[in-house]
Structure formats: C-alpha cells, structure tokens
Design a protein around this ligand. Structure first.
Ligand code: BES
Ligand code: ZN
Ligand code: ZN
Length: 468
C-alpha cells in the first residue's frame, strides 16, 4: 500500500491508496557487520548502494509502543529535508498490530513543525504534494495503518492547539475548533458565552473569567452513536492562559499557554473517537477562559457561588483550574448523566513535583476504571499512577465562611487536596476519574529546544472509549 499526503486537499491528513503489485525492495541480501550496526535502540545506520540510500533504524530488543513511536518520529523529524519523493519503508519485521501503529503514528508525528510564526518556514518533505511512502507490510495491517494515521492526525492537531500562544488560542478559537467538528453528523456542539453562562449560573467558571476581556466560552461537545451502550463524560480544563490572577505567578508563567491542554485533550479525543466511529456516546465539557488581572478580576478572600449551589472561599486565585472544573463536572452530571466521567487538567505543580513528565497522577473511586486506564496507558506509553482520595485530606479544604475553600491549609499534598476539592462536586458518581496532566502534557524532549505539547491523553481516552 502507499500512503499519500495531499496538501491541496480540503481534508487535512494522510490516507491510503492500495498499491498494485509493486516490486518490494528487499533488504535481506544486505549484510551489515554487527560491530558496525547491531540494531541497538536509539541508533541508526545509513548505507548508500547503487542509486539507493538505505537507513536502518535500531529498535533494540525491548520493543515498546513508545520506543517504536519515538524511533520513527525521530527518523521523520531528522529527515525534514530528505531528498527523495518516494520513500520505501520495510516494516515486515514488526508483527504486532500495536507496534505497527506506533511506527506509523511516530512517522507522521515527526512531520510536526513547531515554527508556526517563522517567516521562512520550510515544509516537511513528507508533506510535499507528490511525496509517497510505500510500506512493505502484510495487507492484514491495512486497518492498523489507517488507524495509526487517524491517531497521529488528531495528535498533530492537539500539538497545534497547545503550542500556539494564548493570543491565537483564545476561548473563542477553541469554541470555533469545537464547532468545526460538527462536519461529522454524529457530533453537535453548544457554546455558552459570558451572558448565557451567567443566566444559567456557571458562577465558579465565571469568577475565573472575570479578569479577562476575552469572552469565556463554556463548550459542550456531544458525540452520539445509535449503537452505543455506554456514555462517557469528559471535562477538560481550558485556561487559555494562567497568569495566576492577583496571586500572580512568579515562576514559569511563560509556560502557561499550556493550561488549556486538558480541554485540547478532550477535543482531540472527541475528534479521534468520531474518526474511528466508535460505538459509544461521549459528552465533553470544555470550560474555556483566561485567568488574568484587571479591575474586575476576582480576589483572594472572595466567596463565590457555583453551578452546584455550593459556595467557595477563594484563598488563592492561582488555584483556578478546580473552579472551572467544578462547574464543568456539575453541568455534565446534571444534564448528561454519563456512566463514566473523566476530568483531565493541568491542575497542580504538585503533580509535576511528584511524577515529573513520566506519568500523570490519577485519582478514582472506581477500581475497574483504575485498572483500565492504567493498562491502556501502559500499552501505548501514556502512563498514569494512582494517588489516594483518603478523607484525611478533605479537612484541609474546609472553610469557615463557605462550603469549601479552593486551596488547602497546608502547602503539602497539593495534587491530592485539589482532587479532594473536585470530589466535593462529583456527587458520589460511582465511576469518576481525575487525571492531573500538568507534568505530561507539555514536555522537554529531543523534538524541540523548548517545552512543547505531547498530546498526552488523546489516544488514551479514545482507547478507553473503545473498551468501556
Ligand atoms: N496551571 C497551574 C498548574 C500547572 C503547574 C500547570 C505547572 C502546568 C505546569 C494551576 O492553575 C496552578 O497554578 N496551580 C498552583 C496552585 C497553587 C495556588 C497552590 C500550583 O499547583 O502551583
Ligand atoms: Zn493557576
Ligand atoms: Zn491553571
């Protein structure tokens, strides 16, 4: 089969054209001395012979989804200016569908260009109109390859969304992106602006939005499949920029364009679920606004209301994510009654301090959901690790003046006390999970000089939707 990418086409993405019988390039006659190249992970070997250049990619002997994806992403990333239009890739030694998926997804992710604003932007060679990749792979992998391309396309979209700065990715930008999903007939989108949100009482969401001139957007995306047996609810934190508000950030503010990564993850997962036409109903709530400062901004010591009717004492305006999530969760529960509810958010520095960029912090009241998310995450390199929701942590969120306060008394266990705050709005829903993705969604790695988006969770949530 041949993968072609046509930049002229309306539809952004890669797709497959079945090949007529083509002569396969065989590598098996080429003998490489193992002292020179043994196939160790993170190595490669280039050989020019006759009129061809052969590049051997070492995958090592411990194949994981992530190691394969990274190796192929690296190949594409490093060959942005490759001087050929017809690349042949031999994947015949991969016999596991997930491994093939990882290789193809990685290859496509390697075309990502972070230089959105560069004047002299050079398009990746793979994206040239007449560029083709011919895969040497058994035809039984056709649907796997198609799926891998859909996964990568939505991850690339999520990269754009998180990496672009806050003057581009405003709440309205996110709402427009959400509305564009309606081209799939199974998706509908509803958006409340500031006035509509006020009318229905999204007070906690609006308290955060008060300090910004950018119109807040409370976005609901629904995907309905008539064959669905289950309903999954998502809530994604989308603070398009987090200055901290009056508790202004003194460190790391420059990275806070990533504070909408939870919302971008929910959006990306929705697109992917729709692209894969999964037999499930999904509702995603994306409360999108900015946390800024001006004369109207909320203050520490304010007491605010919420959609649930519960009152909240504001201790710190930088603990804003939980405020928009609280209203997102209450709204989702009241109007959509999902069987399973997952919120995803760049919520705390504490999750970063605990797990770094290796895994997300997960919190749940449901054992089955815990093992599903853990196992799926391990199979695709999007790991999470559980932290407890013990009641000993709840008393730290008790307020004298209101029903709850937005920051714990002690400066310890921040990721857990934030989760306890959210739990207060979950109304004993039996299958809720909170994923704190502050450490994993915006990362330092070999693919850029600065921190950038990872699209962590897009694939995980779609795969979860496939299995519940
Ligand atoms: N958006 C931040 C959390 C964050 C930290 C995201 C690092 C990505 C990387 C969140 O709104 C925040 O400011 N949390 C504070 C809470 C503080 C007031 C205790 C934090 O965790 O530092
Ligand atoms: Zn904050
Ligand atoms: Zn935040």
């Amino acid at each position: 089969m041949i993968i072609t990418y046509n930049p002229q086409s309306e539809e952004k993405g890669f797709w497959l054209i079945p090949s007529e019988e083509k002569e396969q390039v065989s590598f098996h006659d080429l003998k490489i001395n193992s002292d020179i190249f043994s196939g160790k992970a993170n190595t490669n070997y280039t050989l020019a012979l006759n009129d061809s250049v052969y590049i051997f990619i070492g995958l090592g002997d411990k194949l994981t989804y992530k190691s394969i994806k990274t190796a192929f992403r690296r190949f594409a990333h490093q060959n942005k200016a490759i001087k050929t239009n017809d690349l042949k890739i031999d994947l015949s030694r991969l016999d596991d569908h997930l491994h093939v998926e990882a290789a193809i997804s990685g290859l496509m992710l390697g075309t990502y260009d972070l230089g959105h604003f560069k004047v002299d932007k050079k398009k990746h060679a793979f994206l040239n109109q007449d560029f083709t990749i011919e895969l040497n792979i058994d035809n039984t992998f056709q649907s796997t390859v198609e799926k891998a391309l859909k996964i990568a396309k939505n991850q690339l979209d999520t990269f754009d969304c998180v990496d672009l700065p806050a003057h581009v990715v405003t709440p309205i930008h996110l709402a427009e992106k959400a509305k564009s999903l309606e081209k799939n007939v199974k998706i509908s989108v509803k958006v409340f602006d500031r006035q509509e949100a006020e009318k229905i009482g999204l007070h906690s969401f609006l308290a955060v939005a008060k300090g910004s001139e950018n119109e807040p957007q409370f976005i609901t995306i629904t995907y309905r499949n008539p064959l669905a047996k289950k309903h999954m609810g998502l809530v994604g934190k989308a603070i398009t920029f987090d200055t901290g508000g009056y508790n202004i950030k003194t460190q790391g503010m420059v990275h806070m364009k990533c504070d909408m990564a939870g919302g971008a993850t929910a959006l990306g997962a929705m697109q992917l679920i729709a692209d894969l036409d999964l037999n499930i109903n999904v509702t995603a709530i994306i409360p999108a606004c900015e946390n800024r400062i001006d004369g109207k901004a909320f203050l520490p010591s304010d007491v605010i209301n919420s959609y649930s009717g519960k009152t909240i004492e504001i201790i710190d305006t930088d603990a804003e994510g939980r405020l928009v999530l609280a209203d997102g969760i209450s709204y989702l529960l009241k109007h959509h009654k999902p069987d399973v509810m997952i919120d995803v958010a760049t919520l705390t520095g504490s999750a970063v301090a605990t797990f770094g960029d290796v895994c997300a912090a997960s919190f749940t009241n449901n054992e089955e959901l815990a093992s599903q998310v853990k196992n799926i995450g391990e199979s695709i390199g999007e790991k999470s690790w559980p932290l407890p929701l013990w009641d000993e942590y709840k008393s730290q969120m008790d307020s004298d003046i209101a029903d709850i306060k937005n920051l714990a008394t002690k400066p310890t266990a921040g990721a857990i006390t934030a989760a306890k705050f959210l739990e207060f709005f979950v109304e004993n829903h039996p299958a809720w999970m909170h994923l704190d993705i502050a450490g994993v969604s915006f990362v330092d790695d070999e693919f850029a000089k600065t921190k950038h988006a990872s699209a962590w969770g897009v694939h995980l949530l779609a795969k979860l939707a496939e299995s519940i």
